[in-house]
Design a protein around this ligand. Structure first.
Ligand SMILES: Cc1ncc(COP(=O)(O)O)c(C=O)c1O
Length: 342
């Protein structure tokens, strides 16, 4: 069977192939420890699972979801951004729920790339940036992240890559802090330089931010930098921070115009996710995320010195965690979030 030319340069996704190889090795009796994919090895909070069970038993929650996600979901995401990143986002116009950050990467590439458009990719970095960009016809060029540079972009190298190019040619640059795979945290000054660079060269920055609560006391959004909305789309996700990788709950945030542009592509593909909508519509991130169920109170063994009051705890308090699934968390996760379906 002839396959589409757009797949000529793209093999099966790196991890898809690698995990199959690992499976085969394990079947051969080798005990391979897989450090390759950031899938959490703990379950979500039991209350979260309980709400999904209850809500999915309702007869009237199985229809198509809203293309833009339910208003309650978008409001919850806006509250979450305000609480953790101190950013005001307009819930109606600046937020687009996703079924994971990975989905957003493809939507963005399909929305913004023409054949041969430049896509700057961090090296090392998440393989999906280049595979999605190639499928969409982009020309991927790696930019190096080196230890001696604190795993930050080298602005001189970026200038060189872009030097012989028409400054209005467009294109994308992917950025990801906290960085996978090094764990490097965001450095605000560097990111400010990157925003200036993107403005000078008419690039759109895609900040992929699913690790903002991992080993990080100060969750950071690139949208918090003055003027960022002009050139930044941010992707975010509950996969890693909330042990919910399989639930597929993510979001894309940015200026109203960017949301409308991405929706032009996305609305032709999907319709939101069942879990995404049922779950957040009724639990609300306001409660599951803000009030520390998933971050802190779920785990018995807070580190020495950590507050017992969930509202005082920091995201990193979870890192000494040990599950205590028997001990229910005593908060009303449905408070203020509209129990009925809308
Ligand atoms: C850097 C990075 N971005 C995005 C993703 C995908 O996240 P999601 O589960 O939200 O699609 C991963 C998953 O491993 C990742 O490492």
């Amino acid at each position: 069977m002839q396959i589409a030319k757009r797949l000529n340069d793209v093999g099966e996704y790196y991890f898809s192939q690698k995990l199959r190889e690992i499976d085969a090795m394990n079947k051969d009796g080798k005990n391979v420890i897989n450090l390759g994919i950031g899938s959490p090895d703990m379950p979500p909070h039991p209350d979260v699972i309980k709400v999904l069970q209850e809500e999915s038993a309702r007869p009237n929650v199985h229809a198509y979801q809203n293309y833009k996600g339910s208003p309650l979901l978008r409001n919850a995401i806006a509250d979450w951004y305000k609480k953790w990143y101190n950013i005001e986002l307009n819930a109606d116009t600046e937020i687009l729920p996703l079924i994971g950050s990975k989905e957003g990467i493809m939507h963005i590439c399909m929305t913004y790339l023409n054949e041969g458009d430049l896509v700057l990719i961090p090296n090392p970095g998440y393989p999906t940036y280049s595979s999605a960009a190639k499928i969409a016809g982009g020309k991927c060029v790696g930019y190096d992240l080196r230890e001696e540079n604190n795993w930050q972009p080298d602005m001189e190298q970026l200038q060189q890559i872009i030097s012989d190019r028409d400054s209005s040619a467009g294109g994308l640059i992917f950025v990801n802090y906290p960085h996978m795979p090094t764990g490097q945290l965001p450095v605000k000054e560097k990111l400010e330089q990157l925003i200036t660079f993107a403005k000078q060269h008419s690039l759109l920055i895609i900040h992929d931010n699913p690790y903002s609560f991992i080993l990080n006391d100060a969750p950071f959004s690139l949208l918090s930098i003055e003027g960022a909305k002009d050139v930044v789309i941010e992707l975010n996700s509950l996969s890693k921070s909330h042990n919910m990788a399989g639930w597929r709950i993510g979001m894309l945030c940015g200026a109203k115009e960017r949301i409308e542009e991405v929706l032009r592509f996305k609305s032709n593909m999907g319709r939101g996710g069942l879990v995404n909508d049922i779950f957040i519509r009724n639990i609300s991130m306001r409660n599951i995320v803000n009030e520390a169920v998933l971050f802190d109170t779920y785990y018995e063994d807070a580190p020495a010195g950590a507050s017992k009051d969930p509202n005082q705890q920091k995201p990193t308090d979870k890192h000494n965690r040990r599950a205590h699934c028997q001990q229910p968390v005593n908060i009303d996760i449905r408070e203020n979030c509209g129990l009925g379906l809308n």
